[in-house]
Ligand binder design. Structure first.
Ligand code: SF4
Length: 60
């Protein structure tokens, strides 16, 4: 299980970064979120998955 973000779906709203900064951060352009801790089991990951407006986050 690895947490992934589909960059084609991410709209860069930063919600996942605000909810779960130990797992997500914005890329160097500040346009897309990226996963920095794909093996995290933190509860905030599920919260981010449920909250992402474009359903870009999944556990592959
Ligand atoms: S919550 Fe979803 S759309 Fe918003 S930055 Fe994170 S992955 Fe992208």
């Amino acid at each position: 299980m690895a947490i992934v973000i589909d960059p084609d779906e991410c709209i860069g709203c930063e919600t996942c970064v605000e909810l779960c900064p130990e797992v997500f951060e914005m890329d160097s352009d500040g346009e897309k979120a990226v996963v920095i801790n794909p093996d995290s089991t933190a509860d905030c990951v599920d919260e981010a998955i449920d909250t992402c407006p474009s359903e870009a986050i999944s556990k592959g």
